[in-house]
Design a protein around this ligand. Structure first.
Ligand SMILES: C[S@@+](CC[C@H](N)C(=O)[O-])C[C@H]1O[C@@H](n2cnc3c(N)ncnc32)[C@H](O)[C@@H]1O
Length: 314
């Protein structure tokens, strides 16, 4: 009984304290850094301790790509009438199949055309060994990726791996890594996409890191993140099963108190009028890792792991 009460206290109390801290740091603890430094040499072993991140990569690239694609403005204000694609004011599913197919095809073509002209600038915060940074840098709509992390050994692994692909090697200039905290990047440097995947649950004050990220977004820019709700299912899957039983990730990777409910991020955006005017939570998707299958989306973003897309609207 006592252990259940302790568990509930860990779930309930810590999130509030961490979100409302007035601390200034966006840093992480020496223990967390030591943990990631020790994993540096095996970061790119797709069957090694970071295999869960490798397996997550396709799903997160899909989330980023499809969210951006879905929200493209198909008919910009200066688009001549004859070039406009038809956007029905009702669901295309209500239309006869051949007409629906034609409309969807035209919209898809326009999306491809708009995306092919984009040259987006990306900041990958807590990039680790660069699994996501590299995939972003290979995307046709991305022009420049900066990966930042606080672990020098992990960044070293990222730089070594980058050299294996001539398209990404340092003198190509599309992908760079820097050992820095986000707060130390100049505020004048802004980005179209900022990513914080699997890192907020490792920092002491996640709202500080999010604030620093949101402040560096261009208007219309995106912040994509993934982290873990603080609940029994998360504890059972990520700590008990993931670390202690199946040994999918090393013991000590996660700390329940550092998990963040997706609703806490939504409430944090809403509680400040300035933030609420400027940023919107566009989508949250629950995710789950099934050992024999890999990662997949779930129907409930309030339980376990999740992806979130935030956008700067003004
Ligand atoms: C679980 S790894 C995720 C790596 C990468 N984002 C991915 O998903 O492939 C977490 C990374 O966040 C980094 N990290 C933790 N706190 C950080 C902070 N405050 N600023 C920058 N990086 C941080 C760690 O050093 C580690 O490399």
């Amino acid at each position: 009984m006592k252990s259940i009460t302790t568990f509930l206290k860990r779930c309930i109390s810590t999130g509030f304290r961490r979100w409302h801290s007035t601390g200034k740091l966006t840093s992480t603890s020496p223990e967390e850094l030591a943990h990631f430094n020790a994993l540096a040499s095996s970061w790119w072993d797709v069957n090694g301790p970071q295999r869960i991140l490798h397996k997550m990569n396709l799903l997160r690239m899909d989330f980023i790509y499809s969210t951006i694609r879905e929200h493209l403005k198909l008919n910009p204000p200066d688009c001549p009438e004859e070039d406009k694609v038809y956007i029905p004011p009702y669901s295309v599913d209500l239309l006869p199949e051949p007409i629906k197919r034609q409309i969807v095809w035209e919209q898809d073509m326009r999306r491809d055309e708009i995306l092919s002209q984009k040259k987006l600038k990306v900041l990958d915060v807590g990039c680790g060994g660069g699994i996501l940074s590299e995939s972003m840098a290979r995307s046709s709509f991305v022009d420049d990726v900066m990966g930042i992390d606080l672990s020098s050994e992990v960044l070293q692994a990222a730089k070594i791996h980058q050299q294996k692909d001539p398209m990404l090697s340092e003198n190509n200039g599309k992908l760079d890594y820097q050992l820095t905290a986000i707060e130390d990047l100049p505020k004048s440097e802004t980005y179209d996409i900022i990513t914080m995947f699997e890192m907020l649950e490792h920092v002491d004050y996640p709202s500080k890191v999010l604030t620093e990220g949101l402040q560096r977004l261009n208007v219309g820019g995106w912040l994509f993140l993934s982290t873990i709700n603080r609940d029994f299912v998360s504890w059972f899957t990520t700590i008990f099963m993931g670390e202690h039983v199946l040994r999918i990730v090393p013991v000590g990777t996660h700390t329940l108190e550092k998990y963040i409910n997706q609703q806490e991020i939504r409430d944090w955006i809403s509680e400040d009028p300035q933030r609420l005017r400027s940023y919107e939570v566009v989508d949250t998707k629950g995710t789950v890792y099934l050992p024999a299958y890999g990662w997949k989306f779930t129907s409930n973003p309030n339980v376990g792991n999740y992806f979130m897309a935030l956008r700067r609207v003004k």
